[in-house]
Design a protein around this ligand. Structure first.
Ligand code: TMP
Length: 218
């Protein structure tokens, strides 16, 4: 059986990730594909329980290192239970956030050492890497405005101050600069239709590359 591929959509809060992900899903389904849509933290029953602990405003006593290990624990379960089996059966996996978020938020944002985060990410993913990570880049102040306009209660991470979110944004941009083959940045301040069409163009490229690499007899 040929392998599938994995596309990640990540970026600041309020950058339009959910809408972009929905459009990617509709686009792939319209092409007759059967994408596995998933998210982090979460994506599995255990991961969703860890998500509740991580995002609960009542978890205000959480230490940074506890937070890091919970994100990694949810990822370890996600990769083994859902992502790798899907990839190994030839599926396209599309994830709302993945390891790039830990580098941005826990290293650049919280200041935890990068080598520790890389080590934990490697353990969690068993060395697996997504084919592409699409970063929706937006000024955190604009992102926060959008988050506030939803009217729902902010979660523990959304409550963080602007400086923390600004550092996380720098983290995404630095990762994209360091690894242009695996990251692509979309300016999420552009009109949503443009952001969506750019994201879909990238998805089409990654999917067609992944399928063209398959032996023709499979
Ligand atoms: P979201 O998926 O609803 O955007 O919320 C997840 C929050 O968790 C978001 O604020 C980003 C944060 N996060 C991290 O800090 N580290 C991580 O590794 C991941 C996956 C998310």
């Amino acid at each position: 059986m040929s392998k599938g591929c994995m596309i990640v959509c990540d970026g600041g809060n309020g950058a339009g990730k959910s809408t972009v992900l929905q459009s990617i899903e509709h686009h792939l389904i319209a092409q007759g594909r059967d994408p596995v849509m998933t998210r982090e933290p979460g994506g599995t029953p255990i991961g969703e329980k860890i998500r509740e602990v991580l995002l609960d405003r009542g978890s205000s006593e959480m230490f940074d290192v506890t937070e890091l290990m919970l994100f990694a624990a949810a990822r370890a379960q996600h990769v083994r239970e859902k992502i790798l089996p899907a990839i190994n059966s030839g599926k396209i996996v599309v994830s709302d956030r993945f390891d790039s978020a830990t580098v941005s938020f826990q290293h650049y944002g919280r200041g935890l050492p990068l080598n520790l985060i890389r080590q934990l990410n490697d353990i969690a993913t068993d060395g697996f890497k997504p084919d592409i990570t699409i970063i929706l880049d937006l000024d955190p102040a604009a992102g926060l405005k959008r988050v506030h306009s939803r009217g729902s209660e902010l979660d523990r991470m959304e409550q963080e101050n602007l400086q923390f979110l600004q550092k996380a944004r720098t983290g995404y941009l630095e990762q994209a600069k360091d690894d242009p083959d695996h990251f692509i940045v979309i300016d999420a301040s552009k009109p949503l239709e443009i952001v969506i069409s750019e994201a879909i163009r990238i998805v089409d490229q990654v999917v067609s590359k992944s399928y063209s690499q398959r032996p023709s007899f499979t």
